[in-house]
Write a protein that binds this ligand. Structure first.
Ligand SMILES: Nc1ncnc2c1ncn2[C@@H]1O[C@H](COP(=O)(O)OP(=O)(O)OP(=O)(O)O)[C@@H](O)[C@H]1O
Ligand SMILES: [Mg+2]
Ligand SMILES: [Mg+2]
Length: 620
C-alpha cells in the first residue's frame, strides 16, 4: 500500500488545509529570518498594516470564482492518482529487476519513487492543472526501459488516456491523463543500487556521473525544492503566486513555449518579490511585484541566490563564459545547480508585451491599494482581438484526434520561430501571439460524415457538400486548431513581403515532422493574414464577445464560427492558393503578378495580405 503520509510534506497543496504544512512553514520562516535571502538586502522590512490584511482577504475572496482553489475531494483524488502511479512504478521496477536476473529478495528492496514538482509541489496549482512528477529509479533501470516497458505498462491501465511519449525532447517525458488528471512524468536513473523511500534529491553530488537527460529531469524537482527554501514565508508566497499566475493567464502572457513566462518563471519573480519585502502580506506583495518588475533593468538577471560554485561540468547559465547567454532578453535564473535561464524563449516582442502588462498591472494595483477599484479589475482579460487591426491566423489541421494532439504540440513549440521571423522584418514593430489555441469543431453532413468548409463560406445544408477522402476512399475528418498573432506595422503605404518569413517557418515545421516520422496524411500547416473584421470567419461572435468573461488556465477553445478553417494536405497548397485568392474577400481588387509574387493594390491603402503556407504578400 502506498503511504500517503510519505507525500504529505511534498504534496500538500493548500497549506491552510494542512497543519503539518503550516508547522513546517513556520519552522522554515524562523530559519529564514536568521539569514539574508536573495542577492541583496530587503527593500522594506515593514510588517502589515490593517489595510493590508483587509486587501489580502479581499484578494483571497476574489480568486475563488476563477477555480484557483481545489476542493478537498479534488485534492484527495490527486493523492490517489499519485498513489496508483507510485505502485505502478514499484511494480515495474521489481518486475524488470527480476527479468534482469536479480534475485527476488534483492528485487524487493531496490525501491523506486515518484517525486512531485512544479505548481502542484509548490502548492499553487489551480483546478485542472497538471501534476509534474519525476520517476526515480536505481542504476540498473535504463531510460530506454522507461520508454518501452513502463510505457507499455501504462498503456494497459484502464485509467490512462492520451498516453504519449516525447522521448527525444530536451527533457524527455511521458504525458498522460490518469483518471482525469494530466500528468507529466519525467525519468531519472541515479547511480545507486537502491532508492530508499524518503530519499532526498537535494545533494549536488548525486548528479555526478549522470547523463544530461537525467540531470535535466532532476532539475525541476531540485528547483521547486530550492524555491520553497528561499522564500521568507511560504503561505504569503503561495497566495501571491496564485494571484500573479491568474493575472498572467488572463492577460495572455503565461506560456513558456510561446515565449512568455511559464509557471516556474512566475514563481521565481514572485519569490524574489517576497525576498525584497519579507514581512509583507500578499496584497502588498502583488502590488510590489508590479512595482519591482515594471522597473526592472532587463537583461539584468533575476536571481534568488548566489549561484552555486559546484563544478561537475554541466552547462550553467553564465554570460561571463557563454556569449550566447548575453543575448537573453529576460534572464530569470533557476536556483539549483546546474542553474539555467528559465526564459530562454523570450524574444523582443514577447518581452515588450510582458513589460506593457507589468506597467498596466502597476497602475491597476495602485488603484486597488487606494481603494479606487477592486481585485476583479486586475483579472479582467483585455480584448486581444480588438487591440490589433491585422492578424496572422496559423492553422494546424489533421485527420484524426490523436494526430491533432501531436501535431498541435509540434506546431505550438515552433510558433516562437515564426514570431522571430516576423520580428526581424523591418516593417513589423510588434508580433503579439495570443497563447490561446482555438479549436474548430469538425462539421458533419446530414449523413454524419465530416465536412470541411473554406473560410467565409456559410454552412451548406442541401445538397450535401463534397466530402474529403483519402487515397483509400475513406472520409477524412478535419481537426483544425488556430493561433492568432496580432501585428503592428511600422507605417502604412509600404509593400511588405512576408513570403519568406512564413514559408521558412512552415517548411521547417513540416521538415521536422517528416524527419521525426510524425507526419501523417491529412496533417497540414498554414498561415493567413486576416483583418479584424474578418475574424468572425474563424471565431464565433459569441466567442469574440466572450473575451471579457471569466475562465482560467490555458483554454482550448472550440471556435464554432460560421465557417471552419479549411484544412489542406501538404501537397494541396498550389491548388488551394489560387482557389483561396479567387475566393478572397478582396477579389474585386486589381491584381497582377510581379516577379513571382502576387501584388495586390488596395484602393483604400489599408494593409492587405494573402498568406498561404508558401506564399505571402502584403501591400500596405
Ligand atoms: N523553461 C524552464 N526552465 C526550467 N525549468 C522548467 C522550465 N519549464 C518547466 N520547468 C520545470 O518543470 C516544472 C513544471 O513545468 P510546468 O510547465 O508544468 O509549470 P508549473 O510550474 O507546474 O506550472 P503550471 O501550473 O502551469 O503547470 C517547472 O516547475 C520547472 O521546475
Ligand atoms: Mg505543472
Ligand atoms: Mg507540466
Amino acid at each position: 500500500m502506498w503511504p500517503a503520509s510519505q507525500y504529505s510534506h511534498s504534496n500538500v497543496n493548500q497549506s491552510s488545509q494542512s497543519n503539518q504544512n503550516s508547522q513546517r512553514s513556520n519552522e522554515h520562516q524562523n530559519q529564514q529570518n536568521l539569514r539574508t535571502l536573495g542577492m541583496t538586502s530587503a527593500i522594506s522590512m515593514a510588517g502589515p498594516k490593517p489595510i493590508d490584511i483587509e486587501k489580502t482577504n479581499e484578494l483571497k475572496e476574489s480568486l475563488i470564482p476563477y477555480g484557483v482553489f481545489e476542493s478537498e475531494a479534488e485534492l484527495h483524488h490527486r493523492m490517489e492518482v499519485l498513489g496508483a502511479l507510485h505502485r505502478l512504478v514499484r511494480q515495474w521496477i521489481r518486475d524488470l529487476s527480476l527479468k534482469k536476473n536479480m534475485p527476488p529478495s534483492v528485487a524487493d528492496t531496490v525501491g523506486g519513487n515518484i517525486y512531485t514538482f512544479g505548481s502542484y509541489r509548490l502548492g499553487v496549482h489551480h483546478r485542472g492543472a497538471d501534476i509534474d512528477a519525476l520517476c526515480v529509479a536505481p542504476r540498473h533501470i535504463d531510460r530506454s526501459d522507461y520508454f518501452q516497458t513502463f510505457y507499455e505498462l501504462l498503456k494497459q491501465q484502464p485509467q490512462v488516456r492520451d498516453l504519449r511519449a516525447v522521448e527525444d525532447a530536451f527533457v524527455p517525458v511521458i504525458k498522460m491523463n490518469f483518471d482525469g488528471i494530466e500528468i507529466d512524468l519525467l525519468f531519472a536513473r541515479l547511480a545507486l543500487k537502491e532508492i530508499p523511500d524518503s530519499f532526498d534529491l537535494r545533494d549536488d553530488m548525486l548528479l555526478k556521473n549522470l547523463d544530461q537527460k537525467c540531470v535535466r529531469s532532476l532539475n525541476g524537482y531540485r528547483v521547486t525544492d530550492e524555491i520553497l527554501r528561499l522564500v521568507p514565508d511560504i503561505d504569503n508566497f503561495r497566495l501571491t503566486l496564485r494571484a500573479i499566475k491568474l493575472w498572467a493567464k488572463r492577460h495572455g502572457i503565461y506560456s513558456n513555449t510561446l515565449g512568455y513566462l511559464g509557471g516556474v518563471s512566475w514563481a521565481m519573480l514572485v519569490a524574489r518579490t517576497c525576498q525584497l519585502y519579507p514581512n509583507a502580506l500578499p496584497a502588498t506583495l502583488v502590488h510590489k511585484f508590479f512595482l519591482v518588475f515594471s522597473q526592472w533593468k532587463w537583461p539584468q538577471p533575476v536571481l534568488l541566490k548566489q549561484p552555486d560554485s559546484v563544478n561537475l561540468g554541466f552547462p550553467v547559465w553564465d554570460p561571463r563564459v557563454n556569449v550566447s547567454d548575453r543575448y537573453h532578453f529576460m534572464p530569470i535564473i533557476t536556483p539549483a545547480y546546474p542553474q539555467q535561464n528559465s526564459t530562454f524563449n523570450v524574444s523582443a516582442s514577447t518581452r515588450s508585451v510582458i513589460m506593457e502588462e507589468f506597467r498596466l498591472g502597476l497602475s491597476i494595483t495602485d488603484e486597488i491599494m487606494l481603494g479606487k477599484c477592486n481585485w476583479e479589475k486586475l483579472f479582467e482579460a483585455p480584448n486581444f482581438f480588438s487591440r490589433y487591426k491585422h492578424f496572422i491566423v496559423l492553422l494546424a489541421s489533421s485527420a484524426d484526434c490523436e494526430h491533432q494532439l501531436q501535431w498541435c504540440g509540434l506546431v505550438e513549440s515552433k510558433i516562437r520561430h515564426l514570431i522571430g521571423n516576423l520580428e526581424r522584418n523591418q516593417h513589423i514593430t510588434l508580433a503579439h501571439v495570443n497563447p490561446e489555441c482555438y479549436n474548430s469543431v469538425p462539421l458533419h453532413t446530414n449523413n454524419g460524415e465530416p465536412l470541411a468548409l473554406p473560410p467565409g463560406a456559410p454552412i451548406p445544408t442541401d445538397p450535401a457538400p463534397e466530402i474529403r477522402k483519402n487515397k483509400d476512399g475513406e472520409v477524412i475528418a478535419n481537426y483544425c486548431s488556430m493561433w492568432f498573432i496580432g501585428l503592428v506595422f511600422e507605417r502604412t503605404n509600404v509593400n511588405v513581403d512576408l513570403t519568406y518569413d512564413i514559408s521558412s517557418f512552415t517548411k521547417a515545421v513540416l521538415y521536422q515532422a517528416e524527419s521525426t516520422s510524425m507526419l501523417r496524411e491529412g496533417m497540414s500547416i498554414e498561415a493567413r493574414h486576416v483583418r479584424r473584421k474578418q475574424l468572425h470567419q474563424y471565431l464565433s461572435a459569441s466567442l469574440l464577445r466572450r473575451e471579457r468573461t471569466s475562465s482560467t488556465g490555458k483554454r482550448r477553445h472550440n471556435a464554432t464560427a460560421s465557417a471552419a478553417a479549411t484544412p489542406t494536405t501538404p501537397g494541396d497548397h498550389a491548388n488551394k492558393k489560387t482557389k483561396r485568392l479567387s475566393e478572397s474577400s478582396v477579389s474585386t481588387v486589381p491584381r497582377k503578378m510581379l516577379g513571382g509574387h502576387l501584388l495586390a493594390i488596395v484602393e483604400d491603402s489599408a494593409v492587405h495580405a494573402w498568406l498561404a503556407a508558401d506564399f505571402v504578400y502584403l501591400v500596405i
